[in-house]
Design a binder for this molecule. Sequence first.
Ligand SMILES: [Zn+2]
Length: 352
Amino acid sequence: MIQIHRPSRPKISIYSTKNTKLDRNLDKANMLRNTLKNLIDKNDPNYASILERLDSGAKFTRAEVETLKAIAFFADLNNFNNNKKITDKSNIKFTVYKNDKLKEHLKEIFNDKCAYCESKFTHVTPPDIEHFRPKAAINPFTNQVDEDLIYPGYYWLGADWDNLLWSCPLCNRKTKQMIPDEVEPTAVGKKNRFPVITNRIRNHHELVSAEEADRLLIDPCRENPADHLEFLLDGRVVAKLNDQNEPSLKGEASIPAYALNREQLRIWRRQEGTTLKGLLVGIKNTIINLINEDDPDEKQSIKDDFLELKDIIKQMFLPGAQYLAQKDVVINDFFKKEGLEAIGLTKEGLLN
Ligand SMILES: [Zn+2]
């Protein structure tokens, strides 16, 4: 898991083209309008202009309409109360996040890698467009996969740009996996999971920023996962210790939530690390050979080998390459142990 730079919301039609009616059916639109007027606080600066537009009968963007319908359904105390769903009505369907243009942008930002495990996977299975804060229901526990959900979820963030990530199904869904220190497969994966320390925002008038200090899952778009996770040479990942030797709470909560220690993932991380280590040993030997060689033709041939190896290693660190967090551990460990500065090789020199 590595930090991802998320640019501001793209100017795509779902977010910027106001061409959608509140509802095609006039009666339904009027009912919705009246419901929303009761559920939206006119003093909330985030919704003031929406209320004005509701009155004027203006059109909305697709994202706005879906969010307004979500507010009308999920914030209605006849449907949800006291963290429980009390209506038989089925939940409204969220679809805006599946928009093709939106997917294109997410694919690019996340370099077509899972936001959580850094695997390349879309050549074998389609991506999950993952809601970081779950939209319909919340699993508030750090070590329990999907029981005792609280309702509703973060319904007003169903189409929110900053809440959407590119994820592989094994990180995003519940599966049973072999994880370290367990003798049987254990249920892991994110699904509806979103634990917080204490304070949780519960409705559309509350801002995500009010919950940030209590958030327990790592958001790779808002912080550097390296502050909370320590990848080990054997492929495992553990919660990073702070100066007082206490493990990071975010690290502890995020490892099972994103199934970061599942067996196959550990094997692949370790394997990529081993491949990199082999190349690093190769480049070290090439430099030593170069130093010891006097024949100009041989020297040139070794130089060519060096450049070829250097290029392969550089490719392994491109933003779109898998398991960069793991490779960083391997390369740092190699330079620390080998003392390569003496033969003129530095990590920066190698990767630039
Ligand atoms: Zn993943």
